[in-house]
Write a protein that binds this ligand. Structure first.
Ligand code: HEM
Length: 283
C-alpha cells in the first residue's frame, strides 16, 4: 500500500509528456513538404487509387484490416519458395483489436455513469463474470510477437532493444491487469473513485494496493515512451505519403508548390536585345 498522491502526480506528468510529445510529432510531420508523387501502386482501383474516395478506401483497408501485412510474403531459403505469412498478420490483428477493446472497456473506470456502449463492449468480452477474452488474447498475441523475434535468427538480427522493450512493457501492463482480475483482487469501486478524482484534477489521498500501483506506473511509463517510439506508427500511418497520395500524375498536372515567379525573357525580348550583336557576328 502506498499513498495515492505520488501516483496521481506521476500520472499527470506522464500524461502531459504524452500529449505534448504526440502533438509535437504530428505538427512536425504535418509540416514536412511532400513535393513529389511517391505513392506505392498495386493493381485495381484501391491499390492504385485515382480518386480521393479510392485513396480513403485504401487507407481504411490498411487501418482496419492491415491489408498489406495480410499480403506479406516470406521467402523460404530451403525450398526456394515464396510463402504467405498470415500468422504474423493474425498475431498483429489480435493484439490491436484486443488492445482497443481493453482500452475502451477501461472507460468504465474513467467516466460516470458508464456509457451503454462501453457496458455492451464489456459484457460481450466477459461472457463469464470473471473471464475476459481480450485480456487473455492480448497476452497470447504479445507472447507470439515477442517470441518470434527471439526464435527466428533473421528477425533476431534486425530487432533492436526498443522492439523488445515495447513488447515487454505491454506484457507487463496486461499481466498486472490480469493479476488484478484473476488473483490479487482490488476494490474496483475505489479504483474508479481514485481515477475520477485524478481526471477531475482533485486527486484524493487513499491507500493504493501495490498491484494497482504497479499497473498504473507501467501505464505512465508507456505514456512517456509512446511519443518518442515506434508506437507513433498509430497516428503516423495517416501521414504516410506512399499510402495517402492519389496516383494521378498522368491525369492532373502537378505543379511544384514551391515554384516562385522566375523572371523570364521572351523570344521577342531576346531578339530585340541581341539582334544587332548577332547580325554583326554573321557579317
Ligand atoms: C490509467 C490507466 C489504467 C487504469 C486505471 C487501469 C486499471 C485497471 C484495473 C483496476 C484492472 C482490474 C479490472 C478488474 O479487476 O476487473 C485492470 C485490468 C486490466 N488492465 Fe488496466 N488500467 C489502465 C490502463 C491499461 C492499459 C493502457 C492497458 C493496456 C492494454 C491495460 C490492460 C489491462 C488488462 C489486460 C487487464 C485485465 C483484464 C481486463 O480487464 O481486460 N490497462 N486495469
Amino acid at each position: 500500500m502506498a499513498d495515492s498522491m505520488i501516483y496521481a502526480y506521476i500520472f499527470y506528468i506522464s500524461f502531459a509528456i504524452f500529449v505534448i510529445g504526440f502533438i509535437y510529432r504530428i505538427v512536425r510531420w504535418a509540416n514536412i513538404p511532400v513535393p513529389l508523387k511517391i505513392v506505392t501502386t498495386g493493381q485495381g482501383s484501391i491499390d492504385n487509387p485515382k480518386s480521393g474516395f479510392s485513396m480513403i478506401l485504401r487507407m481504411a483497408s490498411e487501418i482496419l484490416f492491415f491489408k498489406s501485412l495480410f499480403k506479406n510474403t516470406k521467402y523460404d531459403i530451403e525450398t526456394n519458395v515464396i510463402k504467405s505469412n498470415r500468422i504474423l498478420w493474425l498475431g498483429a490483428i489480435v493484439f490491436h483489436i484486443s488492445f482497443l477493446w481493453i482500452v475502451l472497456r477501461h472507460f468504465r473506470f474513467f467516466v460516470d455513469p458508464v456509457p451503454s456502449v462501453i457496458a455492451v463492449l464489456h459484457s460481450i468480452d466477459t461472457i463469464t463474470p470473471t473471464l475476459s477474452f481480450s485480456g487473455i488474447l492480448i497476452v497470447i498475441a504479445l507472447l507470439y510477437l515477442f517470441i518470434r523475434r527471439l526464435v527466428f535468427p533473421e528477425l533476431r538480427y534486425i530487432s533492436i532493444l526498443s522492439d523488445h522493450f515495447v513488447l515487454l512493457l505491454l506484457l507487463a501492463i496486461v499481466i498486472t491487469g490480469n493479476l488484478m482480475r484473476y488473483s490479487i483482487r482490488v476494490d474496483v469501486v475505489q479504483v474508479k473513485q481514485f481515477m475520477l478524482s485524478v481526471l477531475t484534477f482533485s486527486p484524493i489521498s487513499m491507500d493504493i494496493p501495490g498491484i494497482f500501483g504497479l499497473h498504473l506506473l507501467l501505464v505512465s511509463l508507456l505514456l512517456i515512451y509512446f511519443p518518442f517510439s515506434k508506437l507513433m506508427h498509430a497516428p503516423g500511418i495517416f501521414f504516410s505519403p506512399t499510402r495517402n497520395q492519389i496516383n494521378n500524375p498522368r491525369h492532373v498536372r502537378h505543379i511544384n508548390p514551391w515554384n516562385y515567379p522566375v523572371k523570364i525573357q521572351s523570344f521577342e525580348e531576346f531578339k530585340k536585345e541581341y539582334e544587332n550583336a548577332m547580325k554583326d557576328v554573321e557579317e
